[in-house]
Ligand binder design. Structure first.
Ligand code: SF4
Length: 402
């Protein structure tokens, strides 16, 4: 039997933010997926995995299953067989994901969705089909034409087909009413995460990035209602905590949308003098940050429209007529960021191909930036500490001199 994982305090005293973050860390980084196993045992239902940067969680939930964002094995998995599946010049995430699957940790998932994030994940979807023929496997091909009667309709039809396939697996084919209910749950979660982001912008010392990241990432494996309870609790605890502000630079971290950096790297950034006031970490559960439900628009159409019109710009999304890097400059200004840390996974084609264009946009706007590469199992953090520390110092000196 799976060990039950508690998201709630066992005492009546309010938890401190660091206690909530600790509990979230245990949930988020458990590569045995005990929280998912416990949920399945409790409910007798199924779970569906998906990879970054997107899975239509609302449909999975409406079909009575648990959506689980799989973001690799991080620094907690030793890669043995995974290296045999991928060339050495590719990123780490697919290796650790297939390692987890071959090791049986992902047996808990009854199906897997592969979004069209990059060629590597497309190849991984083929491997999955061959390696796990009894499991449901779907490839999600996003629309590149964003016109309502073309791309949006195509995507809506795909979402309906997916709902049908998921329903055949779970025994519950989601209709418009069930999907509307599910979207409402996720919209509540999105509103709470927006409040959390607002707190980070107004008072970043109250919500350190490592805590925020653990909290957000716990949402990858928890039912959305449980995650919302945690986010609400954390916001209240962070606002009440006695934490003094420090003379840190305010930075935006960009490029970490798929393979995730180790949490130690985030701690290192803050220790080096950077408050992370915005990021694209854990995008798998946050690609759409705005409210999805749209008055007068049926739920499937709302969900299709959300991906086309409300999803965040990122290197893996094709955006017609978008001036490259404009969104990043605008976001920096909106978050009052002093600079940008371009942090890309090693060998990540989408992130690294976009990086020079983002740098050009930042240079034009006069926004300082620095860049480094990481892998999910990077252990050498001292060079990053030195680089981020120098960046933070130079920002503060530059700002004071201006
Ligand atoms: S880290 Fe980059 S290259 Fe690797 S799977 Fe993700 S998007 Fe693709």
């Amino acid at each position: 039997m799976a060990t039950p994982v508690s998201t709630q305090s066992t005492s009546s005293a309010p938890r401190r933010p660091e206690e909530i973050a600790k509990a979230c860390e245990a949930i988020a980084f458990d590569v045995s997926f005990a929280p998912v196993r416990a949920w399945k045992e409790r409910t007798g239902r199924k779970a569906i995995g998906f990879l970054p940067i997107y899975g239509p969680r609302e449909i999975v939930t409406a079909a009575g299953m648990l959506p689980v964002a799989v973001m690799g094995g991080g620094d907690r998995v030793e890669i043995v067989r995974g290296d045999a599946y991928f060339q050495s010049y590719l990123c780490q995430l697919p290796r650790s994901t297939i390692e987890l699957a071959l090791g049986g940790q992902l047996d808990v998932l009854d199906g897997m969705l592969f979004p069209a994030t990059c060629d590597v994940l497309r190849n991984l979807s083929g491997m999955w089909r061959m390696s796990f023929p009894d499991k449901l496997v779907r490839y999600l091909d996003f629309p590149h034409d964003h016109r309502p009667l073309v791309g949006m309709r195509f995507w809506e039809n795909d979402l309906r087909a997916l709902a049908h396939d998921l329903g055949a697996l779970s025994g519950i084919v989601p209709d418009e009413t069930a999907l509307a209910r599910s979207i409402a749950l996720y919209d509540e979660n999105r509103a709470l995460l927006a409040s959390l982001d607002a707190l980070r912008v107004e008072a970043p010392h109250r919500a350190p990035i490592a805590e925020v990241y653990a909290l957000v990432r716990a949402g990858a494996v928890l039912p959305v209602e449980e995650h919302s309870v945690l986010v609400r609790e954390y916001i209240a605890a962070a606002k009440a905590a006695d934490r003094a502000p420090r003379d840190h630079a305010r930075v935006l971290v960009v490029g970490a949308f798929c393979e995730q950096p180790p949490i130690g790297l985030l701690v290192t950034l803050e220790r080096a003098g950077c408050y992370v006031v915005g990021d694209d970490l854990c995008l798998a559960t946050r690609l759409v940050g705005e409210q999805v439900a749209t008055e007068g628009v049926p739920p499937f159409a709302s969900l299709a429209r959300a991906w086309v019109e409300k999803a965040r710009p990122t290197a893996s999304r094709y955006l017609p007529n978008e001036e490259k890097g404009r969104w990043l400059v605008d976001r920096c200004r909106a978050l009052r960021a002093d600079g940008v840390v371009l942090a890309a996974p090693s060998f990540c084609d989408p992130a690294l191909l976009e990086q020079p264009m983002l740098q050009t946009a930042l240079d034009r706007a006069g926004i300082p930036h620095t860049c480094f590469k990481y892998a999910e199992n990077t252990a050498q953090l001292q060079p990053i500490y030195e680089q981020a520390g120098t960046f933070s110092d130079s920002i503060r000196l530059f700002t004071e001199a201006a």
